[in-house]
Write a protein that binds this ligand. Structure first.
Ligand SMILES: [Zn+2]
Length: 263
């Protein structure tokens, strides 16, 4: 059923539908409200074009692991490639997470020498400004996405690197904690500086990180039950230690008594 929040399809890239979320309307409205011209609209379109290519990087890397992407949707705060499932193993997760920022690195690496070359030849300011903008936007997207804030790409990289050592659940807990701390500090900073949009962005990332941690907890719990694990006693929980080793830990504590895998 169509509602006012049904995304609009704007195209198809490599067999993946690309949608605009209706909340994207706020961007041209902001541009009009701030009395900025069509140039601002063009530069905004460039930003979101680079975001789509970033998401396509994730989607194509996921496809190489047999994971399809339902669609790519653009929101005012960024893009989302909806993968049909998340890879459970660390290797694919690491490469899928890195593929998006790698696209931005590649775009900057292409645009920068073009800019240097064009500066000597092209007499017009405008194309040079566009190239310059493409370089900086992509470096910005690269750095922003690689911040170790789960569930952003950098946070996923951190989780993937940790999970081979401490297991997926513990790695997610650590990544969510690190990311939550950074998002909170950034949120307070933004609040003190009256940057309201950024406050909501930090809050959104904080909530999404904890939401995904919850999903991983539920998933791991179900998997252990399916494998015939006993439920933890009241007031305790299982904590993965890596290498198939689990600990029974009083709820609220990070560490507890070492236990082998019950058979
Ligand atoms: Zn990304």
């Amino acid at each position: 059923m169509r509602s006012m929040f049904t995304p609009w399809k704007i195209g198809r890239l490599a067999g993946i539908d690309v949608f605009l979320h209706p909340t994207m309307l706020i961007i041209p409205l902001l541009i009009i409200a701030r009395d900025q011209g069509p140039v601002a609209l063009l530069f905004t379109a460039i930003v979101f074009g680079c975001v789509v290519l970033h998401e396509l990087g994730h989607a194509l890397m996921a496809r190489s692991y047999g994971i399809a992407t339902k669609d790519i949707t653009l929101y005012p705060i960024g893009g989302v490639a909806k993968l049909e499932r998340m890879p459970r193993s660390a290797g694919p997760e690491l490469l899928i997470a890195l593929a998006g920022p790698a696209v931005n690195l590649a775009l900057a690496a292409i645009a920068w020498p073009m800019l240097l070359l064009a500066e000597g030849i092209v007499p017009w300011e405008f194309p040079l400004a566009v190239l310059d903008f493409i370089v900086w936007v992509n470096l910005g997207l690269l750095l922003f996405n690689m911040l170790p804030v789960f569930p952003m790409d950098g946070g996923r990289v951190l989780r993937a690197l940790l999970s081979s050592r401490v297991g997926r659940l513990r790695a997610t807990e650590i990544a969510a904690k690190v990311g939550g701390f950074i998002a909170m500090v950034a949120g307070v900073y933004f609040l003190l500086h009256g940057m309201i949009v950024e406050v909501f962005l930090a809050l959104f990332i904080f909530v999404m990180g904890n939401y995904e941690l919850l999903a991983v907890r539920v998933d791991e719990h179900r998997r252990r039950q399916a494998e015939g694990w006993p439920a933890p006693p009241v007031g305790y929980r299982w904590v993965e230690q890596g290498d198939g080793l689990w600990r029974l830990v009083p709820s609220g504590f990070a560490n507890g008594w070492k236990m082998g895998r019950p058979s």
